[in-house]
Design a protein around this ligand. Structure first.
Ligand SMILES: O=C(O)CCC(=O)C(=O)O
Ligand SMILES: [Fe+2]
Length: 127
């Protein structure tokens, strides 16, 4: 799996065979505090197997960094359709959602699916 880092360097992540999908639904007031994802097996974590996150619906501000300090975290917008991969050295980054931006989902998505306000996030992982 080849991915592009935030500073445009190409990196190669180990291949995964996902056996878990976590689905999070955020209302427009939803948040997720800074945390590390450590629930997978020691072997999965030590190999830096990536998790793959797909965002659907309203845009969210995603924070990530080396510590739990939100003031030092880097902030990016995750829009509907964005795919984010945390693997290798970035696998244990602290990350979270500071807020969801109301009325930012693509109008076609709401019309075609009847999606309610908010955001859905899927993460595919290998235990
Ligand atoms: O909603 C997101 O983009 C992040 C979700 C997350 O960090 C998690 O499920 O552990
Ligand atoms: Fe997480």
């Amino acid at each position: 799996m080849i991915a592009q880092t935030a500073n445009s360097t190409a990196v190669e992540f180990p291949q995964i065979n996902p056996d878990i999908c976590i689905v999070n639904y955020y209302t427009n007031s939803g948040k997720l505090g800074l945390h590390q994802d450590r629930d997978e097996s020691e072997s999965s974590l030590s190999k830096g197997l990536p998790f793959i996150s797909i965002s659907i619906g309203d845009t969210a501000e995603f924070l990530f960094g080396d510590t739990r300090d939100k003031d030092q975290a880097t902030k990016i917008n995750l829009e509907s359709g964005d795919v984010l991969i945390l693997g290798g050295k970035s696998r244990l980054l602290f990350h979270g959602i500071s807020h969801v931006k109301a009325h930012t989902a693509p109008s076609w998505l709401k019309e075609e699916t009847g999606l309610r306000p908010g955001r859905i996030n899927l993460t595919f992982r290998q235990y």
